[in-house]
Write a protein that binds this ligand. Sequence first.
Ligand SMILES: O=C(O)C1=C[C@@H](OP(=O)(O)O)[C@@H](O)[C@H](O)C1
Ligand SMILES: C=C(OP(=O)(O)O)C(=O)O
Length: 412
Amino acid sequence: MTVIEIPGSKSVTARALFLAAAADGTTTLLRPLLSDDTEGFAEGLKSLGYEVRQEPGVWHVEGRPAGPALDDADVYCRDGATTARFLPTLAAAGHGTFRFDASPQMRRRPLGPLTTALRRLGVDLHHHGAEGHHPLTVTAQGIKGGTLTLDAGQSSQYLTALLMLGPLTAEGLAITVTDLVSEPYVEITLAMMRAFGAHITQDGRTYTVAPTGYRATTYAIEPDASTSSYFFAAAALDPGRTVTVPGLGTGALQGDLRFVDVLRRMGAEVEITETATTVRGTGTLRGLTVNMRDISDTMPTLAALAPFADGPVRIEDVANTRVKECDRLDACADNLRRLGIAVTTGPDWIEIRPGTPSGTGVEIATHGDHRIVMSFAVTGLRAPGITFDDPGCVRKTFPDFHRVFEAFTRTP
Ligand SMILES: O=C(O)C1=C[C@@H](OP(=O)(O)O)[C@@H](O)[C@H](O)C1
Ligand SMILES: C=C(OP(=O)(O)O)C(=O)O
């Protein structure tokens, strides 16, 4: 049995940083994720004048309920969509002029429904290039609150950002969503907001957030469930191999842990206790049709495992994976074809036929997408010779991935 210590959740770390910065008092974050996205988030907070003290395994954040300490600042969001969508929203609750920019990859990714909603709340927000994209300037003078209708069918992060803004408004915020993807990420948001003292009620598709502000706390970050998927998939591929991830149990916040249910349907043995999740490969890997709308960060993991199933694997309802770090449906299809696997795609689906991938001389086109690298590393277990054009892009969420994955594959 292999026990893998997985680094902290990117999504939980990003939310914890936002909530801690907005809270009254000093928050202590235990086991935050050290990666480009989360360090970029912390650096963004510092650019806005927040105090974040980073010690190994513990970060301390001095909360500022009134908003950024500076009234004029430039913030660079790197590749992180949580940073690029959450920080302008946090700044909007303060007072001042805040300029935001992001990497070329993140500039291409949309945030229009969020910035439109912020404008409706009275925020003076200006896009400098394409409408609905970075770079942008927020000129903020506090937010009264009110009611909003939001289309979060492209990204749940729009809703998460506005929900987290709610307690910082003068009169509260009611948000009605007309569409929503990645819904379990909203559950993470609600649970964490409550842990920082917020009051939210939900009536169908309407979320009502009271203007309570946030209370500082001590918050332990759970391991990243999406990162765990590569190790769980590797276990499912290998008869008799057992992988246990401690810290992800029945109380875990992250919906991506449901990836193990997909592996169970395919034939792996899965056990989730209060404190850990274990996957054991059985030698059976069945093809299936699966809707991954809720857990689409694990779509590339399944696509990369799919050739080894005994029948076609069809993944549906994942249109928004086309607006992630790259167009993940096209990237998965292209790379699987490079390995000699038959694949078809549609606007929101991909279907992968069983086959024997040949890795010799094949370079995977990563498009700078960490999940393409980590997913195809799983395929590489059975297709030796695979190389990556940009293996280092794993720094976004798991800088040490290659060392840890290699050590893992060398253990029996
Ligand atoms: O809120 C979050 O932390 C995230 C939400 C999801 O994005 P979408 O809602 O855009 O699908 C997920 O893919 C991303 O990695 C992290
Ligand atoms: C889509 C992802 O990241 P984000 O949207 O937070 O940049 C991801 O980590 O797979």
